[in-house]
Design a protein around this ligand. Structure first.
Ligand code: E4P
Length: 220
């Protein structure tokens, strides 16, 4: 399973990259705004900075919602770096643009996916990644994980190569359950990735090992 970090924060991206387990980054307009990145030039420079840190795919989202401008924006983003994946919303014009990008050899991430039907359409258009937002489904008391299961089943039935990028991950158990289902990628916050390290028995066990070692070294 690939691990992407879902942030535009350069420090957090660097921390995850330094851990040695990072496969990519996803951003969105809200995450960019959260870091105070506004204005075309700053946005472009920020994507370039992310690409310089991370060894893997970097999703950069278009703001346009009509075919011509999605294509224009996406082509400009794709030119920035080979790592860029053009993130396109699950709308009619977006699907047309994904089909176009696919035939032009530009990687895409179909975002804002909340149903198996939408995921099927994204695969038909040839999206590189499809992003079902499981946390946001859980937020409205729907079972986000069952959507990941449905998409896995459908893609396996037909051998679609579109990778399931489980998005809107909130916590460690989301990651573990997605891995059990067979999601290809998960994208989540640094806290969820670092949360995988934690177990109280690990902490207690290590404290005991170090204490026993210190005692033995002191000849006690
Ligand atoms: C996906 O690529 C989105 O950036 C993201 O996962 C949305 O997550 P959120 O629901 O925590 O905003």
């Amino acid at each position: 399973m690939k691990f992407f970090i879902d942030t535009a924060n350069l420090q957090q991206i660097k921390e995850a990259q330094d851990l040695g387990v990072l496969d990519g980054v996803t951003t969105n307009p809200s995450l960019m705004a959260k870091e105070g990145i506004t204005g075309e030039e700053n946005i472009i420079n920020h994507y370039k900075a992310i690409c310089d840190i991370v060894d893997g795919d970097v999703s950069a989202e278009v703001i346009s919602t009509d075919f011509d401008n999605i294509v224009k924006e996406g082509e400009a983003l794709a030119k920035l770096n080979d790592k860029i994946v053009v993130k396109v919303p699950m709308i009619k014009e977006g699907i047309k643009a994904i089909k176009y990008f696919t035939s032009s050899g530009i990687k895409t991430n179909c975002t804002l996916v909340f149903s198996a039907g939408q995921a099927l359409l994204a695969a038909k258009a040839g999206a590189t990644y499809v992003s079902p937002f499981l946390g946001r489904l859980d937020d409205i008391s729907t079972d986000g994980l069952s959507l990941i299961e449905d998409i896995r089943l459908i893609y396996d039935n037909y051998g679609y190569e579109t990778q399931i990028l489980a998005a809107s991950i909130r916590h460690v158990m989301h990651i573990v359950e997605c891995a059990k289902i067979g999601a290809d990628v998960m994208t989540g916050p640094l806290s969820a990735i670092l949360g995988l390290l934690k177990h109280p028995l690990t902490d207690n066990g290590l404290a005991q090992f170090l204490a026993d070692h210190a005692k033995a070294a002191a000849g006690k």
